[in-house]
Write a protein that binds this ligand. Structure first.
Ligand SMILES: [Zn+2]
Length: 183
């Protein structure tokens, strides 16, 4: 049987749209779930590879499995300044600095949004690599922020949940007001 080319294209387009919609719905659900831990020995390599590819294609520096619609405790990231990447299975924050710092961050799941969030200045994260070897990362600065952002994804939290206004803006505005009133 021959199918009219235009009809065939139409069917293909609607099937693709349906698949895209289904993927979108699955991702939206996964983004709000508490993800399940991976079972010891589970092969995380195919998913980790897919995540690293998505992260790099999207120009990101971190990604969590729920962002691909997979509700599992797996994150990947890049340490840009030192030029290494990591895969962490079942990551847990085992130590956190009491001091938190405000900074703007973006998220591949919330395109175009930049949100101010306070994060612990330093964190120690423990988990396993893809070979199931124990890993401990002591992080500060941007890496500490990335790890907290990605681990939040595993608990169904998005950066917008912790959004806080720029603490320095108020100060600057108050200072400006002060100057205006003085003159
Ligand atoms: Zn994110």
């Amino acid at each position: 049987m021959r199918l009219d080319v235009a009809v065939a294209h139409g069917l293909l387009a609607s099937a693709q749209a349906r698949l895209a919609r289904k993927a979108h719905e699955e991702i939206q659900v996964a983004l709000r779930q508490v993800a399940a831990p991976l079972e010891r020995g589970e092969d995380a390599r195919p998913l980790a590879a897919e995540m690293i590819r998505t992260m790099i294609e999207g120009g990101g520096i971190g990604l969590a499995a729920p962002q691909l619609g997979v509700s599992k405790r797996l994150i990947v990231g890049l340490h840009q300044s030192e030029g290494w990447s990591f895969v962490l299975i079942n990551p847990v924050i085992t130590k956190r600095d009491k001091h938190r710092v405000w900074g703007r961050e973006g998220c591949l799941s919330l395109p175009g949004k930049l949100v101010g969030v306070r994060r612990h200045k330093t964190v120690t994260v423990e988990g396993h690599d893809v070979e199931w070897k124990p890993v401990r990362i002591k992080a500060r600065g941007l890496l500490a922020r990335v790890l907290q952002h990605e681990i939040d994804h595993l608990d169904g939290r998005l950066m917008t949940d912790g959004e806080e206004p720029d603490p320095s803006r108020g100060t600057r505005e108050r200072k400006l007001e002060h100057v205006v009133y003085e003159t």
